[in-house]
Design a protein around this ligand. Structure first.
Ligand code: DGL
Length: 297
């Protein structure tokens, strides 16, 4: 298992570079002073765990470090098993639980499920398993898109699994009298992003093909309902008419995380100088450099 460690000071990233195996990484002390649900954590000094099927959750992590600059974060990307969005619900639940356990074993005081697919399928079970732990999920940012303009036409890009879940069904149901909402499943897109293909012809070709039946000249907004998609936001904007507004749930999730930590008395006492540590189940140098590139460090 590899990790990449960095420290932030007053908005800058001080990076301790290299490929580490997790036993070499200084994660801070994991104490047993607060043992709940079999969790090992050290109150507000512990890190916040962030998980995704791969690198997508880094789009949420970027918002988290902006909103919570004093917190330490551990990020787990399960790239060896990506994509989740075309797997069965049982497989997604199993993998999400495994990633959560990985982070909790490293002392996480809260979990951010920075994956729409894992949130839709597995968050309920996670919350039942770890009752006392703040667990924050993400959902497509449909509400701000609907509120921005009356009777708008909105495309929701997401994985096939997210769009077929009951959770999305009820979200869509709450807004369908106010806007025309069109589901746009994007099989294959996560795979391109996981390979580090973020711009250029392969991505633009995929997107042009995807939007072909959507009459984009009549579209008001596009909601990015998968955390991988904000990583290719410039490419998405490039193939859409300039008037189309693009929404994602990263900032809202970061603000919700701050609220939940505050309510639980778990906010770090530090106001800057937090650290970020990356782990990924795909143990390659390319993956580490992709994580750094996406994080902008
Ligand atoms: N980032 C995940 C999401 O938000 C991608 C899911 C996948 O691996 O297919 O849905």
């Amino acid at each position: 298992m590899q990790g990449l460690s960095c420290e932030r000071k007053t908005g800058e990233f001080l990076l301790s570079i290299g490929t580490y195996f997790c036993y070499n990484i200084s994660v801070g002390s994991i104490k047993t002073s607060d043992k709940r649900d079999g969790l090992q954590m050290d109150g507000n000094r512990s890190p916040v765990g962030v998980l995704d099927s791969g690198v997508g959750g880094i789009s949420v992590l970027r918002e988290l470090v902006r909103v919570l600059p004093g917190e330490d974060f551990i990020y787990y990307g399960d790239s060896a098993n990506a994509p989740y969005g075309t797997k069965t619900a049982e497989e997604i639940s199993f993998l999400t639980n495994k990633s959560a356990r990985f982070l909790l074993d490293r002392g996480a005081k809260a979990l951010v499920v920075a994956c729409n697919t894992a949130t839709s399928v597995a968050i309920k079970e996670l919350r039942q398993t770890y009752e006392s732990l703040p667990i924050i999920g993400i959902e497509p940012a449909l509400k701000p898109a609907v509120l921005a303009k009356e009777h708008s036409r909105i495309l929701v890009m997401a994985t096939p699994m997210t769009l077929m879940q009951e959770k999305f069904g009820s979200l869509m149901h709450s807004y369908e009298s106010e806007a025309e909402i069109i589901k746009v499943p994007c099989p294959g897109l996560v795979e391109l992003i996981e390979e580090g293909i973020l711009e250029g012809e392969p991505i633009e070709r995929y997107l042009r093909q995807l939007f072909l039946p959507c009459h984009t000249e009549q579209v008001d907004a596009v909601v990015l309902g998968c955390t991988h998609y904000p990583l290719i936001r410039p490419s998405i904007a490039k193939v859409l008419p300039a008037k189309v507004r693009i929404y994602d749930g990263g900032n809202g999730t970061a603000r919700e995380t701050r609220r939940r930590l505050e309510a639980a008395g778990l906010l770090s006492v530090k106001t800057f100088g937090g650290t970020v540590e990356f782990y990924n189940s795909r143990e390659t140098k390319e993956m580490l450099s992709l994580c750094r590139k996406l994080m902008g460090i």
